[in-house]
Design a protein around this ligand. Structure first.
Ligand SMILES: C[S@@+](CC[C@H](N)C(=O)[O-])C[C@H]1O[C@@H](n2cnc3c(N)ncnc32)[C@H](O)[C@@H]1O
Length: 205
């Protein structure tokens, strides 16, 4: 049941070194697409001031639960069932959202739902941290990202490395403003935005 990912081991410390200072004053974090659950236990253990709320589609819950049960932390509640396309997101207000390696797995339409859902879940001044490979001005940042994109599309033509500019537009539409874009090992990045306004969808509601 417990899934293991070598890349989670490799990217754990570099990711933690960026997100830990950014999450120092936060208390409620929602993770989207927790996958195996490996990041969650390591990050929650390193940041005991945070409630690290995992979420994913149901098929990943057995592994997430196995990691949570094994580690037995007090700041990792049971995972929430969340497909970003579902109409009703869990009734949760978070001052932080973290997601790794998800935007390139999702279709464009899923990513739109993802970012608008994040905008609704975040409280004012909340932070959205997104880790993964991204394109800039329509270009890959490396040959390995280009090959990765081809590999993704062979598996699922709707998936693929996403454009930073498009993601940023979606975030802005949701009332978020870009605060940083950090280069990470293996041609990945961490993008992060702060929620400054209520999203377009809730304006005037
Ligand atoms: C490549 S895995 C990344 C898992 C983990 N975050 C990591 O970095 O190892 C992609 C994740 O995105 C999730 N995902 C894909 N489509 C989704 C959707 N529509 N709603 C929520 N999660 C989704 C998958 O279930 C999976 O956990």
């Amino acid at each position: 049941m417990k899934q293991f990912s070598q890349s989670c081991i490799e990217n754990r410390d570099p990711i933690l070194s960026v997100i830990q200072p950014l999450l120092s004053g936060r208390s409620q974090l929602l993770e989207i697409g927790s996958g195996s659950g490996q990041h969650a236990v390591d990050f929650a253990q390193a940041m005991p001031h945070l409630s690290w709320q995992c979420s994913d589609r149901l098929e990943n819950h057995p592994s997430i639960n196995a990691w949570l049960e094994e580690r037995g932390l007090s700041n990792t509640p049971i995972p929430l069932e969340l497909d970003v396309t579902q109409e009703q997101w869990p009734q949760l207000k978070a001052d932080a959202v973290f997601s790794a390696n998800t935007a390139h797995i999702m279709s464009l339409q899923m990513v739109e739902s993802f970012v608008s859902g994040v905008a609704n879940v975040l409280s004012k001044e909340g932070i959205f941290l997104l880790y993964g490979p991204f394109n800039y001005k329509g270009d890959f940042t490396s040959e390995s990202n280009r090959s990765f994109d081809q590999w993704l599309k062979q598996r699922d033509p709707a998936s693929g490395v996403r454009d930073f500019e498009w993601l940023n537009q979606l975030a802005e539409k949701g009332g978020m403003r870009l605060q940083g874009d950090v280069a990470m090992p293996a041609n990945n990045r961490i993008l992060y935005w702060k929620k400054v306004f209520r999203s377009d969808t809730t304006l005037g509601a």
